[in-house]
Design a binder for this molecule. Structure first.
Ligand SMILES: Nc1ncnc2c1ncn2[C@@H]1O[C@H](COP(=O)(O)OP(=O)(O)OP(=O)(O)O)[C@@H](O)[C@H]1O
Ligand SMILES: [Mg+2]
Length: 525
């Protein structure tokens, strides 16, 4: 559907055009008119389908430019996502001169307090830092007309619910409330609707919970085999940009160091790093200066990096919803992607549970052999040689080249070049990843998804059970389940726009025409 049919102002239509969006995605087409009318909405649509603009555009339209109070509040589960969302709303609201600000943990609070003096009309934040500002009375929410919980099922999960309730309590009862996520388990939705007035649940009909733009594979391997198998897959498939998700922070460190030791351009982020490092690493990744980002679930939700071609689940996620969000870092905005999930022999039940939720059967991928990896490397080297030849100023090197050709056979010279361009897997750096405690034996034969247990605490109201086990995705980033709220809340990062896209510049958008996923993408100006 055309954006112009949705009731948006001229300025916002210009912003949409400037962003290169031609047609509204289904979630945008359905929710934008509803939000403009002031209705409460639960918006559920697959990852990468433009939910951010679905709430950002109508919010920007309904802001009263002459009112200096915070009129819209967007709450995000991680710092990285909060920053990204603020930037997207700011971009879309430029023509409208909307004041949009972000507050998140791990960053200088005094600086944030100073910026807040500019009277933002839209505020994006992570719960912990928002509460901090509220306690200091540097953020007041008594004029909030619109409230968004992005990644709502995560925000209403036990780890965050207390904080979310405390924040919502400070907003006016007559506010408009919106929940957005790709996943919305029924029990969490029940919690959410208690904060809403006659909500409309817009669920974009899709056969599967994950987008069919992602080819989903699984690879059976023992835990100690995974690292070597993964690097062979890198060699065979030559991904442009990959994200590797692991279960623990230690694994993030070990795997990113191991990849670097083997000559891959990789770095890791998790909740124990300083915000500064997290931001730097994510920015390098976003600007194409890093090929592989290794991460805990801190990067699983909402993060939008153009051209991520591969998502690896080095460790299978314990929670099926987490799988949906992790693999959803690829296959975004109409682009294709590949996901590969490692499964150890005793984790097959977890795989089946994920498939039950997504309604997609993952295809088995045979782990490549050392020879396969070498063949893959050679064919990548062939591409590199082609590029090198094209960009080399032959005249500059001609004399030395002739001299070398007199001294050596041409085949020997080219073989030496290929040797330099490929890694010699037969004497590669050994990398040992410390074994982690295996996932508990899966109990989920009866009923679906019941092994998450802990969610039961939400059952009949705002009660937060607390007796159950915690919803898996949450504790992935911190070993302790109810650990320090700082760690849980403020898993952040940074994003900056522009900058060069390096080697990614040449790639054209594969789906430049409209397609069934509702994306029509033009190259940005
Ligand atoms: N109508 C559109 N046409 C083309 N691209 C769009 C459109 N709307 C949004 N996009 C782009 O699609 C990408 C994904 O959007 P967004 O991050 O909002 O997805 P999402 O649905 O929130 O995904 P997730 O569930 O992972 O948070 C972004 O880069 C965004 O700029
Ligand atoms: Mg999103």
């Amino acid at each position: 559907m055309k954006f112009s049919e949705l009731g948006l102002t001229k300025a916002l239509l210009e912003a949409v055009e400037r962003n290169g969006y031609e047609e509204a995605t289904p979630i945008q087409a359905e929710t934008i008119p509803m939000v403009l009318e002031g209705k409460d909405v639960i918006g559920q649509a697959q990852t990468g389908t433009g939910k951010t603009a679905a709430f950002a555009l109508p919010i920007l339209q309904n802001i009263d430019r002459d009112d200096p109070h915070i009129q819209a509040l967007v709450i995000s589960p991680t710092r990285e996502l909060a920053i990204q969302t603020q930037e997207q709303i700011f971009q879309l609201g430029k023509e409208e001169h909307a004041k949009v600000q972000v507050v998140y943990g791990g960053a200088d609070i005094r600086r944030q307090i100073n910026s807040l003096k500019n009277h933002p009309q839209v505020l994006v934040g992570t719960p912990g830092r928002l509460l901090d500002h509220m306690n200091r009375r540097t953020v007041k929410l008594d004029h909030v007309k619109m409230l968004v919980l992005d990644e709502a099922d995560e925000m209403l999960n036990m780890g965050f619910l207390d904080d979310i309730e405390s924040i919502i309590k400070e907003t006016p009862d007559e506010r408009q409330t919106m929940l957005f996520s790709a996943t919305m388990p029924a029990e969490i939705k029940r919690v959410g609707v208690q904060f809403m007035h006659e909500p409309h649940h817009v669920k974009i009909k899709a056969k599967e919970l994950t987008t069919d733009l992602i080819d989903q594979y699984y690879v059976r391997a023992k835990d100690y085999e995974k690292f070597d198998v993964m690097t062979r897959i890198f060699d065979v498939q030559a991904p442009d940009l990959s994200i590797v998700f692991t279960r623990t922070k230690r694994r993030v460190d070990e795997i990113s160091r191991g990849l670097e030791a083997r000559g891959y351009n990789a770095a890791g982020i998790h909740g124990d790093l300083t915000q500064k490092s997290r931001s730097q690493i994510l920015n390098r990744f976003k600007h194409g200066k890093l090929d592989i980002l290794v991460a805990t679930d801190v990067a699983a939700r909402g993060i939008d990096v153009e051209d991520v071609t591969h998502v690896f689940n080095y460790d299978i996620p314990q929670d099926p919803d987490s799988y949906v969000h992790r693999v959803g870092r690829t296959g975004r905005a109409g682009h294709h992607g590949v996901s590969l999930t490692f499964v150890t022999p005793n984790e097959m039940d977890y795989l089946r549970e994920i498939e039950k939720l997504t309604k997609v059967r993952m295809l088995p991928l045979k782990p490549p052999s050392e020879e396969d990896a070498f063949t893959g490397q050679l064919s990548n080297a062939e591409e590199t040689v082609k590029d090198l030849v094209e960009k080399t100023d032959t005249d500059k090197y001609a004399d030395m080249a002739s001299k070398l050709l007199d001294q050596y056979e041409a085949v020997d010279l080219v073989a030496a070049l290929l040797n330099d361009l490929t890694k010699d897997n037969s004497n590669q750096v050994p990398v040992k990843i410390t074994p982690e405690r295996p996932l508990p034996r899966h109990k989920g034969s009866g009923g679906s998804r019941n092994y998450r247990g802990g969610r039961g605490g939400h059952g009949g109201g705002h009660g937060r059970g607390g007796n159950g086990r915690h919803y898996g995705g949450r504790n992935n980033d911190s070993h302790h389940r109810y650990g320090s709220s700082k760690d849980r809340h403020d898993r952040g990062g940074n994003r900056d726009h522009g900058g060069n896209r390096d080697h990614r510049d040449h790639r054209d958008h594969k789906n430049s025409g409209g397609n069934k996923h509702g994306f029509t993408i033009r190259k940005k100006d």
